[in-house]
Every structure is written in structure tokens, then in C-alpha cells.
Design a protein. Structure first.
Length: 357
């Protein structure tokens, strides 16, 4: 039991994936009677507040990089490096105060590089040991590992070996000595005795990610789904507003869903359309669904993951600029979908090893 442990969870606020994959970690810690405090911002903060309304929350601002409406994200990130570095050291200083005021024992950071402290144990969660950015991948890998080594452990949410989801992102370069694979990390739980769920929607679209691309994607989907006249559900990923529903002909639109509602909606849908964010991929892998992925323009990681899964004949993908749902819905029939990944108690064993040794 972790009755004496006070644990700070800190997800990055670039899309909702970093926050959603913290949900199973938080649930496991609460199950073990740990005291969990969450430090986040924006939609990531709103999502976790919706899932865990009784926990304590501390706002923690990170770096804000808006995704251009054009494919200039690579250049925006390169020119934002000084801003990112300043943000890392600023949150590192803030963490020291939080540890002192809240008597923190352990810090778990999902892709926030500045949240380590020598006074406490710290964990860095990432599936992206290799950052996909042509021309500078080796340099970025060295910078990445430099910060990761400041943490006691690096948790990689994936399976070691060939039957993995992240591909080159965590299997290309040699891993740092503090790295451990913790299995596929999802907020959803695959039932031990699956029951047949009636299909309600032909298509469920999950819209997420930083603005303005989130809104661009949403409008594009609404337009093409209206033309198709198929029964569809669109989840907009707007966690910061009260749950709102509306109907446009055969399309149901909802601002957001909690984890239980989201899992039920996915199981009730024949095809899932979403960004190829890694946390979404893990969620669909656990539930064993068919998916059409549309990478965020300029997001090299999402583009790589979409291509990798398409090459394996698991999921079909298109570019946002040439999205044609009529073609995509025909092509997806040629793909096998996710078969459903099984996790042993890897995460729980890792927590026990870290906290008790």
C-alpha cells in the first residue's frame, strides 16, 4: 500500500493524449491509497478535473506553441527552442516550491522536461525517445536523453520487441539505462469476458489537438459527414466547456465525453476517425477497433505513426489537405484493424519497484 506516498502527476498540454494516458496511472495509485496531486493547465487540466473531481489541482503553465494552419510546425518548433528551454528551467524552479509546500515524495511527468528534483524520486513518461524531425534527429535525441537522464526512471508506454506500436520512436536508438517499457497505456479497460455491443454509429470522429488545427479538422469532418449522410458521432475534445450536445441531420456532436462514455461510444461505432496521436492509437489498440487516421499537419510524429500502421495494414490514413471520407471508408475495408493488445501487470510492477526499492 502507498499510504505514505504523496505523488505529483504532471501531463503536458499538447493535445489531450498526455492527460488521457495518465488516467490509468492515477487510478492505480488511488487504488493503492496514494495521495495524488495533479499539476497541469488548459484542456489537459480540464479533462483530469472532469475525471477526478475530488483530487487537488495545481495550475502549472508550460510552453505554448500554436500549430499553424499551414505545414510550418517544424520551423515553429525550431524557432521556439529558446522559449522551450526557458519553460523547462522555469517549471524546474516552480517544482521545488511545490515539493516543499505539498510534501511531495514522487513526481511523474508526462513529457514535461523540467520536472525532476534530487530531493524526490521522479519519472519521465514518453514513447518518443526519437523525435521525428528530418536532419536533426540525432541532435534532438541527444538533447532528449540529456533531460531524461535527470529523472530516476523513464517509462515507455509500449511493448518491447517487434509487436509494438511506437516503431522507430522508441525502438530505433539505444535506450538510456533508466528506461523501462510499461506496456500499452490506455484509459480504457478491455473486459475479460467481452460482450457484443450493438453498433449505433457508422463512424465516430474524435477531434483533438492544439488550435487552430483542431477547429480546422472539426469543420472539415462536419462538412464531409453531412455530405455522406451516414450516422456519425463527433467528439470535439473541448473539455474546458460544459458537456454540450447538438444534432446536424444524421450527425451527433458532443463537446467531450468522460472515459467511460468515450469507451462506450467507441465500442458502439463501426469505424473511428481521429488524429494519429500515440495515446489515441493505444486506446484503439486496447479496444481492438478499425481506424482512419488523419495526422495533424506538420506533426512529423503523427505522420510517421499513421504511415507505419498503414504499412502494417492495421489502419488507413489520409492527409488532412486531401481528406476524402468517401474514399477512406471504402479503403478501410482492406485493413485488419487493431486485434486488441493484452497487458500483463507491467505498470503495477514498475510502480512497486520504484516506490519500494
Amino acid at each position: 500500500m502507498l499510504t505514505q506516498k504523496r505523488i505529483l502527476i504532471c501531463p503536458l498540454n499538447w493535445g489531450l493524449g498526455h492527460a488521457t494516458r495518465c488516467i490509468p496511472i492515477i487510478n492505480l495509485l488511488l487504488k493503492k491509497n496514494a495521495t495524488v496531486i495533479i499539476s497541469a493547465e488548459g484542456r489537459a487540466l480540464a479533462l483530469l478535473q472532469n475525471e477526478f473531481p475530488d483530487l487537488e489541482y495545481i495550475p502549472l503553465q508550460g510552453v505554448d506553441i500554436r500549430y499553424s494552419t499551414k505545414n510550418f510546425l517544424i520551423f515553429k518548433i525550431i524557432f521556439s527552442i529558446p522559449k522551450i528551454v526557458n519553460s523547462i528551467w522555469r517549471e524546474h524552479r516552480i517544482l521545488k516550491k511545490i515539493i516543499e509546500e505539498k510534501k511531495i515524495d514522487i513526481v511523474i511527468s508526462d513529457n514535461r522536461f523540467g520536472l525532476w528534483n534530487k530531493r524526490v524520486k521522479s519519472v519521465f513518461i514518453t514513447h518518443q525517445l526519437m523525435i521525428k524531425l528530418p536532419g536533426v534527429e540525432k541532435l534532438l535525441h541527444k538533447i532528449n536523453v540529456y533531460f531524461i537522464k535527470k529523472y530516476d526512471e523513464c517509462w515507455i508506454p509500449d511493448i518491447e520487441g517487434s509487436n509494438n506500436l511506437s516503431g522507430d520512436l522508441s525502438h530505433s536508438y539505444p535506450l538510456p539505462n533508466n528506461a523501462f517499457f510499461i506496456g500499452v497505456l490506455s484509459r480504457f479497460q478491455k473486459k475479460e469476458t467481452p460482450t457484443i455491443t450493438a453498433i449505433t454509429y457508422d463512424v465516430m470522429a474524435m477531434v483533438s489537438g492544439p488550435e487552430p488545427q483542431r477547429s480546422v479538422f472539426e469543420k472539415l469532418l462536419i462538412k464531409q459527414l453531412q455530405q455522406s449522410k451516414i450516422k456519425a458521432l463527433i467528439v470535439c475534445g473541448k473539455t474546458e466547456i460544459s458537456q454540450k450536445k447538438e444534432t446536424l441531420n444524421t450527425i451527433e456532436i458532443v463537446s467531450h465525453l468522460n472515459a467511460d462514455e468515450m469507451q462506450q461510444a467507441i465500442l458502439q461505432s463501426n469505424i473511428i476517425i481521429s488524429r494519429s496521436g500515440y495515446s489515441t492509437i493505444m486506446d484503439l489498440a486496447i479496444l481492438g477497433k478499425k481506424a482512419i487516421f488523419i495526422a495533424t499537419p506538420g506533426q512529423t510524429e503523427q505522420k510517421y505513426l499513421a504511415k507505419s500502421l498503414m504499412k502494417k495494414k492495421i489502419a488507413f490514413s489520409q492527409q488532412q489537405s486531401t481528406l476524402d471520407l468517401a474514399i477512406a471508408l471504402k479503403e478501410i475495408e482492406k485493413y485488419k484493424g487493431f486485434n486488441g493488445f493484452e497487458n500483463e501487470d507491467v505498470l503495477e510492477k514498475r510502480i512497486e519497484a520504484l516506490f519500494y526499492h
